[in-house]
Design a binder for this molecule. Structure first.
Ligand code: DAH
Length: 350
């Protein structure tokens, strides 16, 4: 065979190799120990010296030609592989970056933080308690009579589990149980200090949290938020409630341009009891009385359930609707917006 033909044959075989492995196989066919070039070399043994020189030179030239065809094909395959890899891992640097949205506080959380900060500045502690309550904590300890409507299935969510007294647990319909929980949690210390002849420290606490009632419309949600407030001392009266609450409203709404009205009402756990209404003189809400809290002087039976002596320890309590405060502060007219989780609504408060 003509050594030149071998170059053409090898070049076309190399071109047919689609992968580096196939190319190495094709290479062995020509340049391997048992390959065609080696066979040609061996074939020269029978030639004369002159023929050997001519044919040998031709074989060497062919071998060089095959080697350079091989190198060219190796380079081409490596380049193709690199291009394919670049395509697969391609990165369009002109695409907009993926943004990491920063979350924010819910308007109700903002209100609760604000309430805590304002009352905190007046020396109030902050306490949180369970949302699943015993019947005693939600009702009995708060002086609710056995047949009080708040205990009815129409008003209160019950949990299908009974407490130690054999009563259904409830989803607390208000944060008022926290008055009792907080006072009792500290009762041992109060008792020690009283026994040591010291004056019992005042109870001053704010208890924010979720509350539940069987109720749902534009101004009522089955889950809503309250902040309970309690101040008990040796000489804390309704007068102090008026001062504290009015200061709180002024701080919360950042104005002193409003009226406060304590409208006589009824709660089993306070006597006397009042609804607190406020009326702004300016702004979108001006001129209307807005109910913002229930309040009163704590009933002696409740003070007794704190573990304290109602002859010595008196004070006031109040419960504010945190959602209502958020609606007033931010001008929201439908309570349901607050709990639908719609980002178009929520991002407005960031
Ligand atoms: N717990 C009452 C409610 O949910 C609100 C309330 C009224 C709380 C009077 C109080 C209070 O602490 O003294 O409607």
């Amino acid at each position: 065979m003509n050594p030149n033909d071998l170059v053409a044959e090898a070049t076309s075989d190399f071109a047919a190799a689609a992968t580096p492995a196939q190319l190495e196989d094709a290479k062995a066919v020509y340049l391997g120990k048992a390959g065609k070039v080696t066979a040609m070399m061996k074939g020269m043994a029978t030639l004369s010296a002159d023929e050997k020189r001519v044919f040998g030179a031709a074989v060497n030239q062919a071998k060089a030609g095959i080697e350079s065809a091989l190198t060219a094909r190796r380079d081409a395959l490596a380049e193709a592989q690199l291009q394919a890899q670049l395509r697969a891992e391609s990165l369009d640097v002109s695409l907009p970056g993926r943004s990491h949205a920063v979350g924010g506080l819910h308007p109700v959380s903002r209100v609760i933080e604000r309430v805590e900060a304002i009352f905190g500045s007046m020396g109030f502690d902050v306490a949180e308690g369970p949302e699943i309550e015993t019947d005693w904590m939600s009702f009995t300890a708060l002086n609710n009579p056995e047949n009080h409507p708040a205990r009815s299935m129409q008003d209160t969510f019950y949990v299908d589990v009974k407490d130690a007294q054999g009563r259904w647990l409830n989803l607390r319909p208000h944060t008022s149980p926290m008055q009792v929980r907080y006072a009792r949690a500290h009762a041992a210390r109060y008792a020690r200090e009283i026994a040591a002849g010291l004056t019992m420290p005042e109870i001053r606490v704010i208890a924010p949290g979720r509350t539940y009632r069987v109720d749902s419309d534009a101004t009522h949600s089955p889950m809503f938020h309250q902040c309970e407030g309690l101040w008990i001392g040796e000489n804390v009266s309704f007068k102090d409630l008026k001062v504290i609450f009015t200061d709180f409203i002024a701080a919360f709404f950042e104005t002193s341009d409003f009226d406060v009205r304590f409208r006589p009402s009824f709660f089993p756990f306070t006597e006397p009891s009042a609804e607190i209404d406020i009326r702004f003189h300016q702004g979108a809400l001006a001129g209307r009385w807005l109910e913002v809290a229930g309040s009163g002087q704590v009933h002696p039976n409740v003070v007794r359930n704190y573990g304290l002596d109602p002859e010595r320890h008196i004070g006031f309590a109040f419960g504010i609707g945190a959602d209502r405060f958020a609606m007033l502060r931010y001008g929201i007219d439908d309570l349901r917006l607050m709990f639908e989780g719609d980002l178009r609504f929520l991002t407005q408060f960031q």
